[in-house]
Design a protein. Structure first.
Length: 362
């Protein structure tokens, strides 16, 4: 496993890397950078701080690896090229490694070839990062740097046409928003996030099929709710997919084809007059009874309604996995219980933008 961490100035890149080293057994790997890149790294600061930020723009810590003095690294963990670093990890892919040295998209394209690589970005509001810089500046001359100068350096770091890192940051699978005011709080939220979860790099079967269901939902033309469904056989082979909308030959719901949906009725109201076929129904119709074997599993991004539940029972589905609740969850659960159909909710590990302050710690 190789976790790459990128982000804006004083956002907490090195602190998150240190957390992985201290609490999850990761080894920190370094990429030796050209002198020009090392100078830029020195301008961004290198020391981890108690509030999850970096120390300062300068301070004589520029090194041949662009990140840490040679005395703090093992020569076996410093590499001259991204390819060398990747080859090292590939031979040890069951171990855990982390790097904060991803200076360009070209380097990212090298790392992203492997299925064991995960890119994380970390950011914080500009004013928060400016306060971190002020609080953690270690040399007297650094405290004289104005907010305007900090903003200028930040814009150069992120948006420079040649060297700006914003295009790289935008490709991160997990994007952390770090406003933590203490190291303890940051570490606690990172613990709940479970960064090393392997599902983020190579999705498990539940994550994979639920993602397919969510993708199918994007084809929905129903004005009330997008729903997608995937029917899977015992050998984990997709039998059929479905999404909700009006039947073949009828005008799409999104174009006024279903009066009930377009009138804005609340959930569960006027279902008898609805012309839309549900995602689960479309998946079952597409499969046909003869293709649904014993042990088939139905993945749906929304818990089936009561009407779909009885049809699912009738065709012999063994298990229903859903992501989000619906207004009829209790009734549907009772139907499945009586029919001997297993029902469970599955929530994939969070990806995308994650505000660490919003994470529940207990």
């Amino acid at each position: 496993m190789l976790v790459g961490i990128c982000g804006s100035i004083c956002s907490g890149k090195k602190t998150v890397a240190r957390y992985l080293v201290e609490h999850h057994g990761f080894k920190h790997l370094y990429l030796q950078a050209p002198a020009s890149v090392s100078d830029q790294e020195a301008a961004e600061g290198t020391s981890s701080t108690s509030n999850g930020g970096n120390a300062a723009f300068a301070g004589g810590l520029a090194t041949s690896n662009g990140n840490k003095p040679w005395s703090e690294t093992s020569s076996s963990h410093v590499f001259t090229t991204a390819e060398e670093l990747l080859d090292f990890v590939t031979r040890r892919w069951r171990s855990r490694f982390v790097t904060t040295d991803i200076p360009t998209e070209t380097v990212l394209d090298v790392f992203i070839r492997r299925p064991f690589f995960l890119l994380i970005s970390i950011d914080a509001p500009l004013t928060v990062r400016w306060r971190r810089f002020q609080q953690r500046s270690q040399q007297p001359e650094q405290s004289a740097i104005s907010l305007e100068e900090f903003v200028t350096q930040n814009d150069l770091h992120l948006y420079d046409a040649a060297t700006g890192l914003q295009p790289l940051i935008s490709r991160a699978t997990v994007r952390l928003l770090n406003t933590s005011s203490s190291l303890a709080h940051l570490y606690a939220t990172l613990g709940k996030l479970d960064i090393p979860n392997p599902d983020r790099m190579r999705p498990g079967w539940d994550t994979y099929f639920m993602a397919l269901a969510s993708l199918a939902a994007q084809r929905s033309n129903c004005m009330k709710r997008r729903v997608g469904c995937v029917l899977v056989g015992r050998e984990r082979r997709v039998i059929s997919t479905g999404y909700n909308g009006t039947p073949r030959g009828l005008r799409n719901c999104a174009e006024g084809g279903c009066p009930r949906c377009n009138e804005g009725n609340s959930s569960g109201v006027g279902l008898a007059t609805c012309l839309c076929i549900h995602a689960e129904e479309n998946a079952l119709l597409e499969a046909g009874r003869e293709r649904i074997r014993e042990g088939s599993v139905l993945y749906c991004d929304t818990c089936p309604c009561l009407t779909c539940s009885i049809k699912i029972c009738q065709v012999g589905i063994a298990e229903v996995v859903y992501a989000h609740g619906y207004s009829m969850d209790t009734e549907a659960a009772e139907v499945f219980r009586q029919a001997g159909v297993k029902l469970r909710q599955f929530t994939p590990p969070p990806n995308g933008l994650i505000h660490l302050e919003k994470m529940e710690l207990y």
